[in-house]
Unconditional design. Structure first.
Length: 176
């Protein structure tokens, strides 16, 4: 019998996330000078920061290469940001080798075909509610929230709650 996604959450120590369609709603606004702007959810940002401060590793692997995205993610404390990645599997393997991370301890959230093969390598493949069907079929958890609307917050908060770390982070930061 396979484990439920809640049971698998007990083993998670690393979050690997796609950007477009996961941290954003997949919409790109193109400015008159050709700059591509994306919307990100502030609650996703809070959850990623809380995860880092609680000892989790957060990594971003994206085919997109927007420098504004890199700045936003660095400001949250994320140091492992791989943008403009043509082969997510290769990058994922390099990342897990560098930090000696067991792929079984990784939650990956993706939404589209470029995420498919890397999601097959992790312990807990997840996706937003509005992911494509192939990704939903592979996911062990499908968020009730769309990408860019808090899906990342949903999975991080659930993992931290299962592990008893969600409010501990809040209590610790409030006492500073």
């Amino acid at each position: 019998m396979s484990k439920s996604y809640k049971e698998l959450m007990n083993n998670i120590n690393t979050f690997v996330l796609d950007v477009d369609g996961v941290l954003t709603d997949g919409t790109i606004h193109v400015s008159p000078n050709g700059e591509m702007l994306r919307n990100m959810n502030i609650r996703d940002g809070y959850a990623m920061k809380a995860a880092i401060e609680s000892g989790y590793t957060v990594c971003i692997i994206s085919g997109g290469s927007n420098e504004g995205v890199r700045v936003r993610l660095r400001n949250l404390g994320i140091t492992d940001i791989y943008l403009g990645v043509p082969d997510k599997v290769e990058t994922f393997k390099e990342f897990t080798d560098i930090y000696n991370i067991n792929p079984e301890n990784v939650l990956y959230m993706g939404d589209d075909i470029p995420d498919y093969h890397v999601m097959k390598l992790v312990g807990l493949p997840t996706c937003p509610q509005n992911a494509v069907q192939e990704i939903k079929g592979l996911s062990k958890y499908i968020s009730h929230v769309d990408g860019g609307k808090g899906a990342v917050r949903d999975v991080i908060e659930q993992v931290m709650k299962v592990q008893g770390k969600w409010m501990k982070h809040f209590d610790a930061s409030a006492s500073d």
